[in-house]
Every structure is written in structure tokens, then in C-alpha cells.
Design a protein. Structure first.
Length: 258
């Protein structure tokens, strides 16, 4: 999506969680923030400071790899991955990946204002937090078990398409494109967040008991930061055992701009 391409405006997007996945992992919670219009910049000082502070706090905690795996939120994700046939040692969830990297003393690469914000909030919350550019995603996006025929364009390598394994959890659209691999282990190239004006979907996920409250808290942190960044955002929505599908990107009047 080019930065000078007109934004899709109020075109709705239905986001859902498939019942078969819910049966496998009944405690799964997916928090959503629709961002109809965000100006993604290379560097935002408040975001940069926040990410550095989150890294510093984790460095000070001196967590080992085993300590990270034993965190309540991460241990639940490891169980959820096993439940859907994925080895979490080979394919850790997104939150475990960034936590492991920082816990061993590294710092995360600085990408842009939105990706850096999500990384900072993920380190703070110990939950997978992601920014997805949904400007090229039409009609629907469903977290479901793959049938194996979906097409996934790897991040940074869109000319080398892949197919998810049958039964693998993916974010799939109406065109049978898989925008993730192994749930939230890797994001696809189509939904990468680049610089410029973007139509974004921010996601926060949990799999542990009591995760709903933590997802709600994390969504609140994100909306505060989006306001600071001057982005337009719609009220957060949550998919859990009682709500399995929502429609996002309604009329422009429903969005709040900082």
C-alpha cells in the first residue's frame, strides 16, 4: 500500500474467531483496535523512550530463557500452541520471541512509530501485540485453522509464497490469504506496517486464565498512545467466549482522533 494511495475510508471489515479454534483453546481472547487513519513515522520520541524503558526494565529483571517461558501469560501460550500441534520451542509466540531477545540483553530493532509502540506494549504486558495494515484486506479476517491451501507471503519475501500446514492457526481473509504463520509467530508481508498514512488493525491476544482483564488494560494503554500520536481510532472491541465476531471500520464519526 503506497503512502499516497487514498485510504479505504469507512469500508467495513468483519473480524472473527472460528468455533473450531475456540473449542481447542477456550480461553483465547483477542482484543482489537481499528485505526482508520494513522500517520506512521520513522521515529516518535515518546514511543522511543517507552520502548527503551521497557527494555531497561526487562534487563534489570535478569530473566533466564526458562523464566520467560514460565511467565503465566507465556506458559499459557506454549500450552495453546501444543494444543494446535505446534512446538513452542521451535515456534514461540510473538510475545515470547521479543521477551527472550530482550531478556538476554539485546535491544529490539527500531522499525517505525507503530511497530515500536506495539513492541514496547508487548514487553510491558507480556502479551502478543501487533500492528497490521489492513488497507488491502477486504470483507473479513478470521483467526482459524488452516486447510492448507491458503497463500502466505512471508514478511520481507513476498515473492516466495508459502502454504500453511493443515490445522495451523492463521489470520485468513476472504481471498484465502493467510496473513500470519503459526498463529502469531510470524506476520505476513501484506499486512506489514510501513511509513505513511495507513489503515491499521492493532491486536492484543491472551490465552491464560484471567487474560481478559489484561487484554482490556493493554488496549487502554494502546489507545492512550494512539491519542498521543494523533491517530484516529475506534473504541476497542474484544472477541472471547461470548463474542466471536465484530464489524470494524464503521462510519468516520465513530473514530476518535487525538
Amino acid at each position: 500500500m503506497d503512502s499516497d494511495r487514498p485510504l479505504p475510508g469507512a469500508r467495513p471489515l468483519a473480524v472473527g474467531v472460528d468455533a473450531r479454534l475456540r473449542e481447542r483453546v477456550p480461553g483465547y481472547v483477542l482484543g482489537l483496535i481499528a485505526v482508520p487513519d494513522a500517520d506512521v513515522v520513522a521515529d516518535a520520541p515518546k514511543v522511543a523512550d517507552r520502548l527503551t524503558a521497557a527494555e531497561d526494565a526487562l534487563h534489570a529483571a535478569e530473566l533466564s530463557k526458562a523464566d520467560v517461558s514460565a511467565l503465566v501469560s507465556i506458559a499459557a501460550w506454549r500450552d495453546a500452541y501444543r494444543e494446535v500441534g505446534v512446538n513452542p520451542n521451535r515456534f514461540p509466540c510473538a510475545a515470547e520471541s521479543v521477551l527472550r531477545r530482550v531478556a538476554r540483553g539485546d535491544r529490539l530493532p527500531r522499525i517505525n512509530s507503530l511497530v515500536d509502540l506495539c513492541n514496547a506494549v508487548s514487553l510491558e504486558s507480556r502479551l502478543p501485540v501487533a500492528s497490521c495494515d489492513v488497507g488491502d484486506v477486504e470483507d473479513e479476517l478470521t483467526v482459524r485453522l488452516a486447510h492448507g491451501g491458503e497463500v502466505h507471503l512471508p514478511l520481507g519475501a513476498p515473492d516466495a509464497p508459502e502454504h500453511p500446514e493443515p490445522g495451523e492457526v492463521v489470520y485468513a481473509d476472504a481471498r484465502d490469504r493467510a496473513h500470519s504463520r503459526r498463529w502469531n509467530w510470524r506476520q505476513g508481508d501484506v499486512v506489514r506496517t510501513d511509513l505513511g498514512r495507513r489503515r491499521l488493525l492493532l491486536t492484543v491476544e491472551s490465552a491464560h486464565e484471567g487474560g481478559l482483564g489484561e487484554v482490556e488494560d493493554t488496549l487502554g494503554r494502546l489507545t492512550e498512545a494512539l491519542t498521543d500520536l494523533g491517530a484516529a481510532w475506534e473504541p476497542p472491541r474484544i472477541l472471547d467466549g461470548t463474542t466471536t465476531r465484530v464489524e470494524l471500520f464503521g462510519a468516520p464519526s465513530t473514530a476518535t482522533r487525538g
